[in-house]
Design a protein around this ligand. Structure first.
Ligand SMILES: [Zn+2]
Length: 228
């Protein structure tokens, strides 16, 4: 296996996974059945960050056929499904300073995304509203109006990202509706909404906490230099 770089979903560190931290296995369905030949590939990866060392487990289901190679094996035709088993969905973990209700909506939006994109999108919109009210203290109203309230407060790149998602097909068309109104969306729209929530949590909550920690370090360093 070739080494690869990735972001650990547990600790969010960019790490390199080498051969000794990766293990994969395959299981082919040879039994005659209505759908045809399938191969399930499972893989474990262990995070090399000494403060994390957690494993992730993923499973991918492929449509396969016998390979024509003299070594036998399977020829992979198409990936049919991909599951993140540990952690239980492709989701990030955010620190405790992000309010629990917001983290809970975010987690559920991730968990339900493949089964029900519209339920996921509804949770993401509620999450977005929770963030606007908690972080920016916007005046409660329709989501579309709450978003408008922060236009002059956020940097232009963040605003462009919000606008881009807001203009997406069905999500955009129903922004003015109540947050609990269930909008029919496709899986891509649900994924984009989750991506927006993740970006905003990082850009706002995580960045603010990092900044406070850095400033705190400067202040205490300066204080310790003071001559007695
Ligand atoms: Zn990690």
């Amino acid at each position: 296996m070739r080494d690869f770089n990735w972001i650990c979903p547990h600790c969010e560190h960019a790490v390199t996974i080498t051969g000794e931290r990766f293990s994969a296995n395959r299981h082919t369905l040879y039994l005659d059945n209505a759908d045809g030949r399938r191969t399930l590939a499972t893989s474990y990866a262990v995070c090399p960050n000494p403060n994390c060392r957690k494993f992730t487990l993923t499973a991918d289901l492929f449509e396969t056929e016998p390979s024509s190679s003299p070594h036998g094996g399977e020829k992979y035709l198409k990936k049919l499904n991909a599951w993140s088993l540990v952690p239980s969905a492709a989701m990030k973990s955010f620190p405790d300073y992000v309010p629990e209700a917001i983290r809970e909506d975010y987690r559920e939006a991730c968990l339900i995304k493949d089964l029900s994109p519209k339920a996921s999108a509804t949770l993401s919109r509620r999450c977005l509203q929770g963030i606007l009210r908690d972080f920016w203290k916007v005046k409660p109203g329709r989501l579309v109006d709450e978003i408008t309230q922060i236009k002059d407060k956020v940097d232009s790149i963040t605003w462009d990202a919000i606008e881009a998602v807001r203009k997406l097909g069905n999500i955009g068309a129903h922004m003015e509706k109540d947050i609990n109104f269930i909008v029919d969306v496709d899986p891509n729209e649900a994924t984009l909404l989750i991506g927006l929530v993740e970006t905003l949590l990082k850009e706002w909550y995580v960045a603010r906490a990092d900044r406070l920690a850095r400033m705190g370090a400067v202040i205490s360093a300066a204080a310790s230099k003071k001559t007695p």
